[in-house]
Design a protein around this ligand. Structure first.
Ligand SMILES: Nc1ncnc2c1ncn2[C@@H]1O[C@H](COP(=O)(O)OP(=O)(O)OP(=O)(O)O)[C@@H](O)[C@H]1O
Length: 247
């Protein structure tokens, strides 16, 4: 479904007028299959979020290609069929002046269904993320972090994208709420046959949700490993990183 080939990315170092560039990603190539959950892990600054933005088509690589169902991620028009996303900073992810219903309706604007069908869909999505219909008219400031993140997940599911990119999407939540949202993601994955690109610092949640993990080291792929083989990672760096993440 997603083919990443020879991707490089640099950023300007030290402000807009500087000529010096910092290499962030180097020669990134991997395949992502529909319905799969691929974890992207690595130390802080290893380039996980940068890779995420490139996969979403928000930014362009300097070199290399990223194809989603055979088409460049940058070219795909409209929201349908694209990778949708849930980010860590849920407080700025939804418009504070929108009710929960308006927030979930927003990505449905381009869909041809009538308003009644769309409102029914909002009701179904809310139930699926564990929120009852009383939440429809609430504003973000009336919700807890876990509830806002559920609304963000409902929005991402609403687009009917086959894949959702989650960039540290549960990291800001408290321990027990993290677990509830992880369980929700697992349920949605099964009922909608969704795939996830799951960017995280937390190896335990990656192990819970993912089929494979891609380990980034200073902008390069160190190893891609099946979750069942996680204990048998080959490179000394990956072994050390996993030990660090577990303790
Ligand atoms: N827009 C930008 N302009 C310049 N440098 C950037 C930009 N975005 C990220 N960087 C740099 O790219 C490197 C990788 O950042 P990135 O956020 O992708 O890493 P990460 O692995 O997601 O880190 P973390 O886990 O801390 O979020 C960092 O050195 C960062 O300072």
């Amino acid at each position: 479904m997603l083919t990443v080939e020879g991707v490089y990315k640099t950023y300007r170092k030290g402000g807009m007028f500087s000529r010096e560039r910092q290499q962030i990603l180097r020669d990134i190539s991997f395949e992502y299959k529909e319905g799969e959950c691929l974890g992207i892990i690595g130390e802080s600054g290893s380039g996980k979020s940068t890779l995420g933005r490139l996969l979403l088509g928000i930014e362009k690589p300097d070199r290399g290609t990223i194809l989603l169902q055979g088409e460049s991620v940058e070219k795909r028009g409209g929201r349908r069929g694209r990778i949708s996303a849930v980010f860590q900073d849920y407080t700025s992810s939804i418009n504070p002046y929108f009710t929960v219903e308006q927030a979930i309706l927003e990505p449905l604007t381009l869909q041809p269904d009538g308003m009644e069908a769309k409102r029914d869909k909002v009701g179904r999505l809310l139930r699926q993320v564990g929120l009852d219909s009383s939440f429809r008219s609430k504003y973000p400031h009336e919700l807890s972090g876990g509830q806002i993140q559920r609304v963000c997940i409902a929005r991402a599911v609403a687009t009917e994208s086959p894949c959702i990119l989650l960039d540290e999407a549960i990291s800001s939540l408290d321990g027990s709420v993290q677990m509830q949202v992880l369980e929700l993601l697992k349920e949605l994955k099964d009922s909608f046959r969704l795939g996830y690109l799951f960017i995280t610092h937390d190896i335990q949640s990656a192990a819970y949700l993912c089929d494979r993990v891609l380990i980034l080291r200073s902008g390069q792929i160190e190893e891609i490993v099946d979750i069942k083989e996680l204990k048998n990672v080959q490179s000394p760096y990956a072994q050390k990183l996993l030990r660090m993440m577990i303790t």
